[in-house]
Design a protein. Structure first.
Length: 255
């Protein structure tokens, strides 16, 4: 079973297309939310994501851009982009976004895994450090492997014998398509973030995603990917839409 995990695409069409092109063969896809917001191709990205027919957990930007979350919850730039997205989105996409389920999401065909946008405790929580991750690991009733997004930071946390350890993939090169594989120890629990497709914030501008593999006999594995994309084209769309320039400049910095 090979599962493609996408998160925080944020209306970045060029990044999404580059990821799908670079992705190895997979059996199914799960999307951890924030399909829209920040970047300027919300309709095209909703078209692509809906055509994939995969489960999607709702993100805070999906709620804000479809009127389910007050824009006063956002900083000025995020609120401006959410307002722009509300007016740009086709009605059928707005309705689809409003109907997205809140995490945690479970799939019958993927036992032992759950999917959230923020954290298992709170869909809007940022799991940024060992303290927060530890609190999440201590929540009763959750699965051993939890995929989360929201922070736009690729990597995650492992938990064993009461200790929480943060990790991030290391790559050989800052150019081109790169991958970093890790084996999941059966006695450990994991919070895994595939990174953000459309607005990475870990100082690597390349689009991020992950592939989870489990085939019964071998221990499960997760492979993190980074993929270059046509960032100038994404930036040109942002500027043409009169969105804040900062949304364009940050993409090239990966921040
Ligand atoms: Zn996001």
């Amino acid at each position: 079973m090979r599962l493609l995990v996408l998160s925080d695409i944020h209306a970045n069409l060029e990044a999404l297309e580059a990821c799908l092109e670079a992705a190895p063969a997979y059996d199914s896809v799960v999307n951890l939310g924030d399909v829209v917001g920040y970047n300027a191709s919300p309709n095209e990205v909703c078209d692509r994501v809906r055509a994939m027919g995969c489960p999607v957990v709702r993100g805070n930007h999906d709620r804000a851009c479809s009127g389910l979350l007050a824009l006063s919850e956002f900083n000025l730039v995020a609120a401006m982009s959410a307002r722009w997205t509300q007016t740009a989105l086709a009605n059928h996409h707005l309705n689809w976004l409003r109907a997205l389920p809140q995490g945690p999401l479970l799939r019958e065909e993927l036992p032992g895994i759950e999917f959230v946008h923020g954290s298992p405790r709170d869909e809007d929580e940022y799991v940024l450090n060992n303290l927060t991750a530890g609190l999440d690991f201590h929540m009763p009733g959750h699965q051993d492997v939890i995929f989360f997004g929201h922070t736009h930071l690729q990597g995650g946390f492992a938990y064993k014998d009461g200790k929480t350890l943060a990790f991030a993939p290391r790559y050989q090169s800052s150019d081109g398509v790169v991958r970093s594989e890790m084996t999941l120890a059966p006695e450990e629990r994991y919070l895994l973030n595939p990174g953000s497709v459309g607005q990475p914030r870990d100082n690597d501008w390349r689009a991020a995603f992950a592939l989870y593999e489990a085939d019964g006999e071998k221990p499960a594995r997760v492979t993190f990917y980074r993929v270059p994309y046509d960032v100038q084209q994404t930036q040109a769309r942002i500027l043409a839409a009169d969105l804040p320039e900062r949304l364009a400049t940050r993409l090239a910095l990966g921040r």
